[in-house]
Design a protein around this ligand. Structure first.
Ligand code: NDP
Length: 289
């Protein structure tokens, strides 16, 4: 007979929490679920989950308690009355938040005798348990190892360190790269859209262009790690000379300049501080100051 799989409780059954609970069920774990609006437990109960009437009952039901609310303020609010209920449990909080919030929650858990893992989900709900989904985890290595197998029901696991803030750090950094790209893409569509060029038509040029440019990212990383930013490819001086063309063209064509004005300011500062001959990698340093 196969060994029974460990029980898991999932608190928070929004789009993501529901996908997580369904993935644990599918992997054969006994799953207890709780949600602020009780109606959301219905579809999971139909798949075999056990609805809990209170958060405390859900915490009591399983050694591993996965929490997926909208914000970490919601998580703090939820946990505050559970101080006497969490001892001996592992709280795996996969709510999006900051490194600072994760450290605070970890300290709260430790104070009340619970283990704490912070998680950053790199997937949308429909990707959960699929081959491309993974979750960053940080916190005690021993605690992570104890629950790793259970957590693989959600997709890949990437453990990024004992500092509980690191999962959020990596998560936010990946999303930062993504949002930077999304904003650039939207500005490009807005610009060509001022003339009779459809976004669909332009995307055929834009997508391979961005892919090719991102190929430079490992080189920038090497420059940042070594502090050697001098370039013979595209100096900050060249970029500084070109940036007014963007802002002028945006204005002339009737596109807002808000997104790119900070870029002009950064390049102005790079010139003023003597980095004209450096490549774009220098910007990472300038952003830290
Ligand atoms: P939803 O808006 O679908 O769900 C939010 C959940 O939080 C609901 O269960 C809601 O309960 C609960 N909630 C909100 N406020 C409170 C509160 N004060 N007390 C108790 N429960 C509360 O969001 P998602 O499920 O999509 O997202 C959940 C987390 O997962 C977020 O942090 C999000 O950033 C992260 N995430 C989401 C991704 C996505 O693609 N959706 C991708 C990666 C991460 P109720 O039903 O009662 O309103």
């Amino acid at each position: 007979m196969a060994t029974p799989k460990p029980a898991v409780s999932v608190l928070g059954l929004g789009m993501m929490g529901s996908a997580l609970a369904a993935a644990f069920l599918k992997a054969g774990h006994p799953v207890t679920v709780w949600n602020r609006s009780a109606a959301r437990t219905g579809p999971l109960a139909a798949q075999g989950a056990l609805p809990a009437d209170t958060p405390a009952a859900a915490v009591a039901a399983s050694p591993l308690v996965v929490i997926c609310l909208l914000t970490n303020d919601n998580v703090q609010e939820l946990l505050a009355p559970l101080a006497d209920d969490v001892a001996g449990r592992t709280l795996a909080n996969v709510t999006n938040g900051t490194p600072g919030q994760a450290r605070e929650l970890a300290a709260w858990a430790a104070k009340h005798g619970a283990e704490y893992l912070d998680g950053g989900i790199m997937a949308v709900p429909r990707m959960i348990a699929g081959p491309q989904a993974y979750v960053f985890y940080s916190g005690s290595r021993q605690t992570f190892d104890a629950h790793r197998e259970t957590l693989t029901a959600l997709g890949g696991t990437k453990y990024v360190g004992t500092d509980p803030g690191f999962a959020a750090l990596y998560d936010l950094a990946l999303l930062t790269g993504m949002y930077g790209m999304v904003l650039g893409v939207m500005q490009a569509y807005a610009l060509v859209g001022t003339e009779d060029v459809s976004a669909t038509e332009f995307s055929e040029l834009l997508v391979p262009w961005i892919g090719a440019m991102l190929g430079g990212a490992p080189e920038w990383a090497k420059a940042i790690d070594s502090g050697q930013h001098l370039t013979d490819v595209s100096s900050l001086a060249v970029n500084h000379a070109a940036i007014p063309n963007f802002l002028t063209a945006f204005r002339d064509q009737g596109v807002r300049t808000d997104l790119f004005e900070p870029f002009q300011a950064i390049l102005d500062r790079a010139m003023a501080e003597g980095y004209a001959a450096d490549g774009l990698s220098r910007i990472a340093d300038l952003l830290r100051k």
